[in-house]
Design a protein around this ligand. Structure first.
Ligand SMILES: Cc1cc2nc3c(=O)[nH]c(=O)nc-3n(C[C@H](O)[C@H](O)[C@H](O)COP(=O)(O)OP(=O)(O)OC[C@H]3O[C@@H](n4cnc5c(N)ncnc54)[C@H](O)[C@@H]3O)c2cc1C
Length: 427
């Protein structure tokens, strides 16, 4: 992607090719114009095209250029927040709807993958949220209780069961979520693009939107080379918003997150680490995550940006942390490295925003965008199709304000992660 080996790393190297698309040129018309070619925009395009609406999607770079092509690939159910806290933030009605829809999110992702034959390394064996110490275990007990009250298939594993599944005795327990799984993120984005194209949507890459204007009862959306007129506008630019959609980026605090991938592990080693291929993350504030890819590489990640100053610190820490977790991997090295920016909101709940008349968008998934992006893409489509009124949607409409102290917080996250990993180096 953009010839930058640190942007999409392993996912760029192992994803099936993107469908062939061209930049927008000249004038065109549609029922709906969508800005952004990640999960939110592509899911919306697919669901609208399936319902017979004409759709033009404009992506500034390539499908999956933003978080959708850079993430860990954990298909999570729900949000970061504990279920009870979600209702506390958005109210009981919306909270109930949101949790039900996002709880079913992995099933929606997996059904789209099945229906459209998307080749994206899908694993359906759940995720393990691993407890660091007794504090971590107490947090997971709360999560287990709150999800079980809502009928979700989650269960707390003890330290022995966790060690058997993960292959390390570093954790005090783990919350197994059987709804969840893992996938190859960029391959899923490209697969959604293929499905949307096949279903009849028109998709343009290398088409950054530079201007958006309401003329009468229609939107006129311009790139340097062309324009689209449409009744409806969907903004799906999340933490990578540029041009007129820079505001979506500025309404979020961006948290950098990096991933490193080992070479493929041999069969004997693979038998000792995540033999059932669950996706893993832990309860630390500066958390770590890991999962296997189809070729048996271990993808290991944490908070931080791989740019000068941070790269050596984060890579050094990751090598040591991996060796502490799995001594058999000592000195194995990393074959790929990449990082991206996670869009965080101040209450950890995504924003459903009206950008004007007949103009909607969702952003701010707080590191949970695979299922939620897919779910919200469908939600926006249902609203445009007239099947869901604004007050029936799974989130209330919110205002758009720049995140308070955004620059300071972003600096703090990046420097804080470096300090934590530097301290970790000295352990
Ligand atoms: C490193 C990392 C790890 C993560 N791990 C996970 C995980 O394991 N599980 C999970 O569920 N979520 C994870 N996430 C979050 C998830 O990736 C995102 O929430 C999700 O991809 C957001 O999808 P989206 O379609 O809304 O936005 P994006 O995928 O960011 O897409 C937005 C698109 O809009 C385009 N765009 C912006 N401005 C314009 C413009 N003016 N004109 C045209 N196009 C424009 C951008 O180029 C971009 O392609 C992670 C994120 C990162 C960065």
């Amino acid at each position: 992607m953009l010839n930058d080996p640190r942007s999409h790393g392993l996912w760029e190297a192992s994803a099936p090719p993107a469908p062939a698309t061209l930049p927008l040129a000249g004038a065109s018309e549609a029922d709906v114009v969508i800005v952004g070619g990640g999960y939110t925009g592509l899911s919306c395009a697919l669901h609208l095209a399936e319902a017979g609406r004409s759709v033009v999607l404009l992506e500034a770079h390539e499908f999956g250029f933003g978080g959708s092509g850079r993430n860990v690939g954990l298909i999570n159910a729900g949000l970061w927040l504990m279920p009870d806290d979600v209702s506390a933030v958005v109210g009981a009605d919306h909270g109930g709807r949101l949790l039900a829809a996002l709880g079913d999110g992995p099933a929606l992702v997996m059904s789209l993958i099945d229906r459209h034959g998307i080749d994206c390394e899908l694993e359906r064996n759940g995720t393990l949220h691993c407890a660091v110490g007794t504090g971590g275990l107490a947090e997971l007990r709360q999560r287990e209780k709150q999800w079980q009250l809502r009928g979700a298939p989650v269960s707390l594993l003890d330290a022995r069961e966790t060690a058997e599944r993960v292959g390390t005795s570093a954790y005090a327990g783990a919350l197994l979520d059987q709804r969840a799984g893992t996938l190859q993120p960029l391959a899923y984005a490209r697969g959604l693009a293929n499905a949307a194209l096949t279903t009849g949507a028109t998709l343009h890459t290398a088409s950054p939107v530079t201007k958006a204007e309401r003329r009468g009862n229609r939107w006129r959306i311009e790139t340097g080379q062309g324009h689209v007129e449409a009744r409806w506008l969907v903004v799906a630019t999340d933490a990578y918003g540029m041009g007129p959609w820079r505001a979506t980026r500025e309404a979020q605090v961006r948290l950098p997150y990096f991933n490193l991938a080992t070479p493929p592990l041999d069969g004997a080693t693979l038998a000792t680490i995540l033999p059932r291929k669950e996706g893993v993350w832990d309860t630390r504030t500066i958390l770590s995550s890991f999962r296997l890819d189809r070729a048996g590489r271990l993808v290991f990640g944490s908070v931080g940006a791989l740019r000068p100053g941070g790269t050596a610190i984060h890579k050094g820490w990751a090598g040591r942390a991996l060796a502490r977790l799995f001594p058999q991997l000592r000195g194995i090295g990393f074959e790929h490295e990449w990082y991206g920016q996670i869009g965080m909101t101040n209450d950890a709940v995504p924003r459903l925003h009206a950008f004007g008349p007949e103009a909607l968008g969702v952003f701010g998934y707080n590191g949970r965008g695979i299922s939620p992006g897919t779910v919200f893409g469908r939600e926006l489509a249902l609203h445009i199709l007239g099947k869901k009124q604004a007050h029936d949607m799974i989130l209330p409409m919110s205002g758009m304000k720049p995140a308070p102290l955004r620059g300071v917080k972003e600096l703090y996250y990046e420097a804080g992660a470096q300090l934590a990993h530097l301290a970790g180096n000295r352990l």
